[in-house]
Design a protein around this ligand. Structure first.
Ligand code: NAD
Length: 325
């Protein structure tokens, strides 16, 4: 039985990745600062550890017998644009510490396969209609925010350790990931979850409008969490040594995203476009590398949002009943 360590297993993607690995028959240890918020972990063992401390990285990686076959590093101090735009010191400090100590300790403990979750935030901003950027177009580098700079630096750290220690390091640059059991309130939520929450709240409270940051023109891809974790797994098993974009070919504007959520919720509300941290203007990335491994997304944005909206509306209903929204 293969053994996998998932760092960040109490978070959104890590929690779903644990489920995916369990379905594939792995023995899994999860590590995080907290347990998953919305449903119990399926990990065989779950350790609460702060991975900014090197001795905790060692604890996370130590087994009674043998070694982990695969280490998935998804732990990060992280959130949507609202969080990223103000938490620059936290992002640059906490995530660098986690990533340096995890890769260094893994290399020293002779881990053979290591996955690092990077982000398309490492790329520069784009104009609407611009041709696709390929993975190599990350350079010359000009990420739009400090979170992106940290991810780019940590990619380089991971690749350097791969070269020195002969460790198989796999790096994915995620586009926006969404799905059930992700943060949907509190300030760290990303756009799809935030808009689903606002629409559900207005619908259940009988309000006639919602507020959305920006003017609705920003273009993004959104990848459903089950598709994303299956891509992570495929990449981890592959021979691809360079970073790989993970997302789908479906790019939509924030306005289109809002309209889709109205349709799914069965409401038509007014939208007040208000100023806020919206991030880059446009995105368009090549996904040739991940598709070449045989990966194909199973969900359109609409299909993924139907599941996500339903889950968030149920949470919002409960929050309203309990006086929390
Ligand atoms: P998340 O915030 O839900 O999960 C991250 C987890 O890391 C959290 O549970 C958090 O408690 C944990 N963590 C933070 N600091 C820690 C520490 N010091 N020690 C141990 N655990 C710690 O985020 P997510 O959406 O699941 O993202 C997972 C990874 O994917 C992150 O590296 C993130 O940067 C990357 N990513 C996510 C997206 C997305 O759209 N969600 C996009 C691009 C990249």
């Amino acid at each position: 039985m293969k053994k996998a360590l998932v760092c960040g297993a109490g978070g959104f993607i890590g929690h779903h990745l644990v489920k995916c690995l369990k379905n594939k028959g792995y023995w899994v240890r999860g590590v995080d600062l907290k347990y998953p918020e919305f449903s119990p972990t399926q990990a065989d063992e779950f350790l609460i550890l702060d991975l900014r401390e090197p001795e905790n990285c060692k604890k996370a990686l130590t087994l009674h017998e043998g070694k982990f076959d695969e280490v998935y590093q998804l732990a990060a101090d992280m959130g949507g644009m609202g969080f990223i735009s103000w938490a620059e010191c936290e992002t640059l400090t906490n995530n660098v510490l986690i990533n340096i100590y995890m890769i260094k300790t893994s290399a020293e403990m002779e881990i053979q396969r290591y996955f690092f979750s990077s982000s398309v935030c490492i790329y520069r901003d784009m104009e609407p209609g611009e041709p696709k950027l390929y993975e190599k177009d990350a350079y010359p580098a000009m990420p739009d925010n400090e979170y992106g700079w940290e991810k780019l630096y940590s990619e380089r750290v991971a690749l350097s350790y791969a070269k020195r220690y002969g460790m198989k390091v796999r790096i994915a640059r995620f586009e926006n990931c969404f799905g059930p059991e992700g943060t949907y309130k509190g300030g760290r939520e990303k756009a799809p979850a935030a808009i689903c929450r606002k629409v559900a709240t207005a619908k259940l409270k009988g309000e006639d409008h919602i507020e959305v940051w920006g003017d609705g023109s920003a273009i993004r891809n959104y990848v459903y969490v089950d598709d994303l974790v299956s891509a992570v797994y495929m990449l981890m098993q592959s021979d691809v040594e360079e970073p790989v974009n993970i997302g789908t070919e479906e790019y939509i504007s924030v306005k289109e995203l809002v309209d889709m959520i109205f349709e799914i919720a069965g409401v038509k509300l007014n939208v007040k476009w208000v100023s806020g941290p919206v991030g880059v203007q446009s995105r368009n990335f090549s996904h040739e590398k991940i598709y070449s491994l045989g990966w194909k997304p199973g969900y359109t944005i609409k299909k993924g949002l139907e599941i996500t909206y339903k889950w968030i509306e149920e949470r919002v209903k409960k929050d309203i009943e309990e006086g929390n929204l």
